[in-house]
Design a protein around this ligand. Structure first.
Ligand SMILES: Cc1cc2nc3c(=O)[nH]c(=O)nc-3n(C[C@H](O)[C@H](O)[C@H](O)COP(=O)(O)OP(=O)(O)OC[C@H]3O[C@@H](n4cnc5c(N)ncnc54)[C@H](O)[C@@H]3O)c2cc1C
Length: 411
């Protein structure tokens, strides 16, 4: 079932799922398996799995057991803490029971402020508004604070939220925008990225055979609420060292900062935490660096990767940060002893066998490893493996300019 259908069917019954990911095109099985969330620290927080009170999970079985085992852990069953966020390795989730709430509307106001007190605000904003979030436009030095609160369903409005990033646009326009973006990336001048798009759009030929549409990475990670101010301060220092470094993030609607409550789910957030969501340019050419500042600082603060939004290197060692991962693996062994729902990849991510890192030429550029050698970056294009500028223990692909026109950047 797709989230949109759940929301619509619930509304017909006068009910609402209080929190959800920001796009309703995902499936309920998929969003639960990856611990998807909206933004809130109030009540049970913003992770959808916190509203799960029962599940039905099907796994294959021998003919003597009727070919299938159907388990239905309820609200008080400890297996539910494994099943809520399962990465899909326990079996097929065929039914989910959610605790819904009486339907309501949300009143949303966006406030644009400078980012001088962002590090302090990140610790506070989640307590002030039930669905509050922030969008940090680092290059512009601005933060869009979202004041978002529950109001009575009778409040006047159409109740629609047409978030710009998830609207559909004419395909041709998207293809042209991509051409403009690639031009800016290749000219190595992200400082002009926001202004350049419009000019290039005017002069771009729609029939140009080079046209391809948008292509980007989306990475999310979480840090404990208490550590978020220091992380933000580090990212601001990185931005201040090289104001252009984070520019391409602004062009992709900024760094989205959201709140997620602590959970009893074995692979959920162990503490109230802050989620940082980055969307950034990805080249169609393998091994071609993209211009984006490092997210390496997050490791310093014990960040955990968002299960549904990351590259290989982020998952390396991540499972060790989940205190109850052993409990999860025990449930997995019981539910799926024949490992029908496991793969090489899930074994890597769960720390059962091997590492998700793939160490090879250019691997750090592709997010497949953390560099330990220049060849893991793209030395032929000026990117070398160097200590991080703010977090010196990190190793990042760092651009070494060959001319005055080029600028420093880190990946
Ligand atoms: C446009 C967009 C916006 C997003 N916004 C947010 C957001 O705001 N917040 C957020 O947290 N995440 C967000 N995400 C991430 C998203 O929630 C996850 O990637 C989610 O897993 C996608 O669901 P899917 O239906 O595509 O799952 P899939 O990619 O199909 O599956 C994901 C995992 O779930 C497992 N799975 C799927 N169905 C079942 C089932 N029935 N039983 C058992 N396992 C199953 C699969 O095996 C796989 O491991 C967004 C993603 C997109 C594309």
């Amino acid at each position: 079932m797709v989230l949109r259908d759940l929301i619509c069917d619930a509304a017909v019954a006068g009910l609402a799922l209080p929190h959800s990911p920001y796009w309703y095109g995902v499936s309920v099985g998929g969003l639960l398996a990856t611990g998807a969330h909206g933004s809130s620290l109030w009540g049970k927080g913003s992770a959808v799995h916190e509203y799960v009170v029962g599940m039905r999970i099907v796994t294959p079985a021998p003919v003597s057991q009727g070919f299938a085992v159907v388990r239905e852990p309820g609200a008080d069953h400890p297996d539910l803490d494994a099943a809520k966020v399962s990465l899909g390795v326990l079996g097929v989730v065929s039914q989910v029971t959610l605790q819904l709430q009486p339907i309501f509307k949300r009143s949303v106001t966006f406030l644009a402020r400078d980012d001088s007190d962002l590090a302090a605000q990140v610790a506070l904003w989640g307590d002030l508004h039930e669905f509050g979030d922030m969008t940090w436009l680092s290059r512009l030095g601005k933060v869009i604070y979202r004041e978002d609160n529950r109001v009575d369903v009778s409040s006047p409005s159409d109740g629609l939220n047409g978030y710009l990033g998830f609207r559909s646009f004419p395909t041709l326009g998207l293809i042209i925008a991509r051409v403009a973006e690639e031009h800016v990336e290749e000219s190595n001048d992200m400082a002009r990225c926001l202004a350049a798009g419009e000019n290039l759009l005017r002069s771009s030929c729609p029939w140009d055979p080079r046209n391809r549409s948008l292509f980007f990475y989306n990475t999310g990670f979480n840090v404990e609420l208490s550590k978020a101010p220091a992380l933000v301060a580090d990212m601001q220092r990185l931005r201040d060292l090289n104001p252009r470094a984070l520019c391409s993030l602004d062009a992709k609607m900024g760094v989205l900062i959201r709140y997620v409550g602590a959970s009893s789910a074995y692979l959920g957030k162990t503490e109230d935490s802050v989620n940082f969501d980055f969307t950034y340019y990805r080249s169609y050419t393998q091994g071609r660096p993209w211009l984006c500042a490092s997210m390496a600082s997050s490791r310093k603060y014990g960040a955990v990767p968002q299960w549904g939004k990351n590259r290989n290197f982020a998952f390396d060692g991540a499972i060790a940060k989940y205190a109850k991962s052993d409990e999860f693996l025990k449930v997995k062994e019981r539910y799926d002893p024949d490992r029908v729902f496991s793969s090489e990849w899930s074994d890597h991510v769960l720390g059962i066998d091997g590492s998700p890192n793939i160490v090879q030429k250019g691997c750090a550029i592709e997010g497949l490893c953390i560099c330990s050698h220049d060849s893991h970056c793209a030395p032929e294009q000026g990117y070398y493996c160097r200590p991080g500028k703010v977090y010196a223990e990190a190793r990042v692909c760092s651009f070494r300019p060959t001319s005055r026109r080029d600028h420093n950047d880190e990946i």
